[in-house]
Design a protein around this ligand. Structure first.
Ligand SMILES: [Zn+2]
Length: 290
């Protein structure tokens, strides 16, 4: 039985890890995650729902970045797997707001929206820290700050969230958990905000900052008995010339995990359940029976 720690660095691109010659993020096994789905866009929320449940959007029901509050509109929005539907996202959002008596607002997904179980429910002693499509709470209000007060203020707020989560992660690592998964959105935000204005040096600086953080995490993991440490990203990000989220998602592990095979983003769920033996979930059931 292994104690498992998963740290997600949102949007960290496998090719850039190599280009910037990071030391700690690429561990003993280092490879690409196949993040293809049959949805045309590569979107954070859908990808994390797949990672934590082991199914695709057809199983877990998370498609796109946000969902309409209204259930009828939400069923209609499942058509977002179709390319044409994706391209009319903005128009539809405007139309929904014009329909009388229907709440046309969109909101971020959370665990109540998931149609399938995650490994957090199956592993009794588990902790999710700010995981998208589950309990993301601290990274969502940055865009209004960016639009109203500019890049510097948004970055300050982002650093505040990042530090807060860093301390929460280190605190939780000292408690008795079989699984912790924490999500850090900073590399994705910084990349989106800066590459568009041609400042790849800022992106590189952030990668090195995350790499140093990964080094600290590895030290604490050893101190606290986490024998499996997985670093991962949901997608890669482009250089200045090429736009959009891309397929360069990475994972690394401090021991052999998938060997030479390229895992699909849905393959980690079973692997993590196997590693933790699901023993903890079994123990709880027995205790209740007694
Ligand atoms: Zn992402």
């Amino acid at each position: 039985m292994s104690k498992v720690l998963v740290v997600a660095f949102d949007g960290v691109d496998k090719e850039l890890i190599e280009e910037f010659k990071l030391d700690n993020i690429p561990q003993k096994e280092f490879g690409t995650i196949d993040n293809s789905t049959d949805v045309t866009t590569i979107v954070t929320y859908e990808l994390f729902a797949s990672f934590i449940t082991g199914g695709t959007w057809k199983d877990h029901g998370v498609i796109g970045l946000t969902r309409p509050e209204n259930n009828v509109l939400n069923s209609l929005e499942n058509l977002r797997s179709i390319d044409l539907f994706q391209r009319t996202n903005e128009v539809r959002k405007k139309l929904y707001n014009l329909v009388p008596l229907i709440d046309g607002e969109f909101r971020r997904y959370n665990k109540k929206d998931l149609d399938s179980e995650t490994f957090f429910e199956k592993i009794a002693s588990s902790k999710a820290i700010d995981v998208p499509s589950y309990n993301l709470g601290y990274s969502v209000e940055l865009m209004p700050i960016l639009e109203k007060y500019g890049l510097k203020e948004a970055e300050k707020e982002l650093d505040r969230f990042t530090n807060w989560k860093r301390w929460e992660l280190f605190d939780e690592m000292e408690k008795d958990h079989d699984l912790i998964m924490a999500h850090f959105h900073k590399p994705d935000h910084i990349h989106h905000w800066y590459w568009e204005v041609g400042k790849m040096d800022k992106v590189e600086e952030t990668y090195h900052e995350m790499d140093e953080f990964a080094g600290e995490i590895l030290e604490k993991a050893e101190e606290n008995g986490f024998d499996t440490v997985i670093f991962m990203s949901d997608h890669g990000l482009p250089d200045v010339e090429n736009g959009g989220h891309n397929e360069n998602a990475f994972y690394s592990c401090n021991h052999e995990l998938f060997g030479d095979e390229t895992p699909h983003i849905t393959d980690f769920n079973d692997k993590i359940l196997d590693l933790t033996d699901r023993e903890s979930a079994g123990d709880v059931v027995e205790e209740i029976n007694i």
